[in-house]
Design a protein around this ligand. Structure first.
Ligand SMILES: [Ca+2]
Ligand SMILES: [Ca+2]
Length: 297
């Protein structure tokens, strides 16, 4: 809109010499209103950006992680609380951790805090790591939405596989199968299911959002994949549907009597949402245009 406006003003300026001052004035008024509207929308989206959980506001030594061993029960980034349960007897944890580890080549549980991307979204150091087994408490699955529930538009976050889960699915390990099986044709999948909950933790009407961290269901082997980059997951339908919390669970085609065999981990990160980047650009063009107008007035 602002770009169109700028183009129209250039046309009007070119026509100024031919006595188009009236049209120029009307267009200027319209453009000021357009720029103001963009500014308002932009400031609205910045409020949402400010609460985006990017994990980079959390202190972390190089090549390390936080897994709840301080028994604090969770952490907050960008105003969003991520619950954690740590068991000192077993030296084990569940729920949400955060990490800046970069090892995307070493398979196995000992490398459970690394994302397969080797870092956070957009070159950022920190990212979140979730470990949610079949038996994880509901309270450990829930994360507050982080912006006003009912807000329309594109809302979401970035997700990828952990190095541990990625290589387990790619090659198989002592617990889990190689995805596709020996023939490569087994229709395996590993997916994240995100449900919207209201403030009393009841499911909202909007359908859960499903994201495939690996999908071998296609009959065409070329379509089979295991995610190894950051992918945006749009949960706008849950936010606009009134979700106060998002509840995360994992689902795999590879299960046994003890539950999911695939390592039940995923990595998560956040950056300004795609719609915000477009609005930021529009606002910058609008601001430049207003400056031009003031100079020429
Ligand atoms: Ca980050
Ligand atoms: Ca397949």
């Amino acid at each position: 809109m602002t770009v169109m406006c700028w183009w129209a003003m250039q046309r009007a300026n070119a026509a100024r010499g031919r006595g188009a001052r009236q049209r120029d004035w009307v267009m200027g008024l319209w453009c000021r209103r357009a720029a103001m509207l963009v500014g308002l929308v932009w400031s609205g989206c910045c409020v949402q950006q400010a609460v985006a959980a990017a994990f980079d506001d959390l202190p972390l030594a190089p090549n390390s992680y936080w897994n709840g061993s301080d028994m604090s029960g969770g952490f907050t980034t960008g105003g969003v609380f991520f619950p954690n349960s740590y068991n000192p007897s077993w030296v084990s944890w569940e729920g949400w951790a955060y990490s800046n580890q970069t090892d995307n080549v070493t398979p196995g549980w000992a490398n459970q805090y690394s994302a397969i991307t080797g870092g956070g979204v957009g070159g950022s150091a920190n990212y979140g790591v979730a470990y949610l087994s079949d038996w994880a408490d509901d309270a450990l699955r829930r994360v507050s939405v982080g912006f006003a529930n009912g807000a329309p538009g594109v809302h979401g976050f970035y997700v990828t596989n952990t190095t541990y889960a990625y290589y387990s699915m790619l090659n198989g390990d002592s617990f889990a199968k190689k995805f596709g099986g020996p023939s490569g044709t087994d229709p395996d999948y590993f997916r994240l299911v995100i449900s919207g909950l209201d403030s009393a933790y009841n499911p909202i009407a909007a359908s859960p959002v499903t994201f495939y961290l690996a999908d071998f269901r296609s009959a065409d082997p070329a379509q089979d994949y295991i995610v190894n980059d950051w992918r945006f997951v749009d949960v706008g339908s849950l936010v606009s549907g009134g979700a106060a919390y998002l509840s995360f669970s994992l689902d795999s085609s590879d299960t046994s009597a003890w539950g999911i065999n695939t390592p039940t981990y995923f990595a998560v990160d956040q950056v300004p949402e795609p719609a915000s980047a477009m609005l930021l650009l529009a606002a910058a063009v609008g601001a430049w245009f207003m400056g031009q107008r003031r100079r020429s007035a």
